[in-house]
Design a protein around this ligand. Sequence first.
Ligand SMILES: Nc1nc2c(ncn2[C@@H]2O[C@H](COP(=O)(O)OP(=O)(O)OP(=O)(O)O)[C@@H](O)[C@H]2O)c(=O)[nH]1
Ligand SMILES: [Mg+2]
Length: 319
Amino acid sequence: MSDTVDELVAGLFRSDARATARLITLVEDEAPEVARIQSAIRDRVGRAYRVGFTGPPGAGKSTLVAALAKHWVNDGESGRVARVSIVAVDPTSPFTGGALLGDRVRMTSLDPSVFIRSMANRGRLGGIAATTDGVCDVLDAYGSDWLLVETVGVGQSEVEIAECADVTVVVLTPGTGDSVQLLKAGLMEVAEIVVVNKADRPGADSLVAEIQSIVGMRPHSDVPMPIVSTVATENKGIDELAKTIEEYRTQQVSRGLLETRRKRNLRAKIQRLVEARLRREIWGGKGASEELDATVECILRKEETPWDASERIVKKWIR
Ligand SMILES: Nc1nc2c(ncn2[C@@H]2O[C@H](COP(=O)(O)OP(=O)(O)OP(=O)(O)O)[C@@H](O)[C@H]2O)c(=O)[nH]1
Ligand SMILES: [Mg+2]
């Protein structure tokens, strides 16, 4: 017989990795037990510091995150070994199964006190952010000090992931040409710390200079944005990056900004969940698809405009 949610949560609180993994699977699968899990763990959520990492494919995010995890595990604050959890979100198509496996393999060589979870961004009703957030909550209750969330930043996903994090680190690389474009396009919106990884490659210094000039043009650039150069494969710059993140957290806590940030994240989370629920109600119900088809025909026959159709459908739900 399979374990009940209560048994699994008891296991989670004992930091049992197997129970934790099972709970994460339930959250990932958006199982009916999710509501129960959330209320069972809520008192233990909020202690972990959540660091989001985003950037173009292949920038070295996984390598960097693994190096940081090692750093924090070995260099635990207050003499105690820190517990680090990693969530790698793969927002690309199912064809990247190989890359996902690559991540798992590359990271399993880490310390056993590092909990790693890869998840694919497929068919999430509530969107990737809601699921990631739920998984992070479980890992928070597990007792993580550091929660590192990696996602490829190529579109909207990085904005959503930023809403799950206490701080967002954007990872760029020299020599590819797309880094500066991405930064201008949207990554800048979420960047709080920038990493120039693969600094062993030509063009690292000029990339730093370019980033500095872009950062300087931000409308609210009252605080300078930290830019850290790293060579993740050689463990270079990892100590400095860890220190930068720690200082960022200290600043956030002492200025009351962490609380503000978490409130803002929570607002976004509630909105996302409500919207997902409404989408399910409206389009997931019986006959919804047929009604949509019929509406299309009506519009094509010029009997209704798309605007009128949307009004009619919305009015069915808002009374
Ligand atoms: N030269 C050099 N190579 C690096 C560095 N960091 C990572 N790499 C290599 O870059 C490749 C991609 O690294 P990953 O860590 O998988 O990059 P990623 O950003 O996680 O990739 P995706 O998750 O697929 O987007 C690997 O072959 C790494 O060994 C670095 O600092 N210098
Ligand atoms: Mg990766």
